[in-house]
Design a protein around this ligand. Sequence first.
Ligand SMILES: Cc1cc2nc3c(=O)[nH]c(=O)nc-3n(C[C@H](O)[C@H](O)[C@H](O)COP(=O)(O)OP(=O)(O)OC[C@H]3O[C@@H](n4cnc5c(N)ncnc54)[C@H](O)[C@@H]3O)c2cc1C
Length: 264
Amino acid sequence: MYDFAYHKPATIADAVKILSADPDARAIAGGQTLLPALKHRLNRPPAVVDLSGIAELRGVKRDGNKLTIGALTRHVDVANSPEVQAAIPALAKMAGSIGDIQVRNRGTMGGSVANNDPAADYPAAVLGLNATVVTDKRRIAADDFFQGMFTTALEPGELLVAVEFPIPEKAGYAKMRNPASRYVMAGVFVAKTAGGVRVVVNGAGPGVFRQSEMEKALTANWSADAVAGVKQSAEGLNGDIHGSAEYRAHLVTVMAKRAVAEAG
Ligand SMILES: Cc1cc2nc3c(=O)[nH]c(=O)nc-3n(C[C@H](O)[C@H](O)[C@H](O)COP(=O)(O)OP(=O)(O)OC[C@H]3O[C@@H](n4cnc5c(N)ncnc54)[C@H](O)[C@@H]3O)c2cc1C
């Protein structure tokens, strides 16, 4: 690790002030991604801004047909939240399936969404549920937020404050995990929302993406059989020592069927 300045502000305003002063400064939430990057010297921020003292970034709130989850809410808290379990059970279940217990006890919703690892879980739910990402400056629709591998619409110094999830009629998620890292090899999140059916693929490609053919099939007929006949093209998908692009493409259809069955 290189030397860096350490700050622990108590308010969003103070955190933003420090982050805005230097575009290379980094926020740290659960540290599950940033700390290994610092240890391996893959990242050299001059200053690290620890968000853990900012109480206003934590918690789950239901307001009518909307669930707001603070950026600093840990995966374990999303998984165990009665509000999330009642309103969007697929999201609670997803949170409970991230990594292992150590990762879930430290990792946060905001860290995962801001990081946008293509093999992470939450980006699929954020895009699949047509959520809104709330920052200290603006509100960003999920369709505009995820911009490719580890890239989002967040600007330097911009702090992710919360994610607002409209409560869907139905939602389900299924994934094939890499047995070693536990990250997603291919996953599919499906949702029947007020704005229509959404199907999102994660893990299989360089970023999360919507599967429009499956969305059409499920709009016409919400059933596992409807997606069984929709093949995902392998073009542009990831191929590595863990699985070829063709294998991942095959998994997308299998996971889509399971996700619809889970949604009911
Ligand atoms: C062994 C292991 C297994 C894992 N398995 C999975 C898995 O199966 N599925 C999965 O989805 N994830 C997995 N993860 C990732 C983990 O769940 C965390 O979600 C992820 O590391 C990011 O969250 P964090 O709170 O730790 O963020 P940090 O590491 O603190 O930060 C990550 C990045 O986000 C930025 N950031 C953090 N918070 C904010 C904010 N509020 N506003 C703006 N930027 C911010 C930081 O500056 C940094 O660039 C795994 C991690 C490990 C170590």
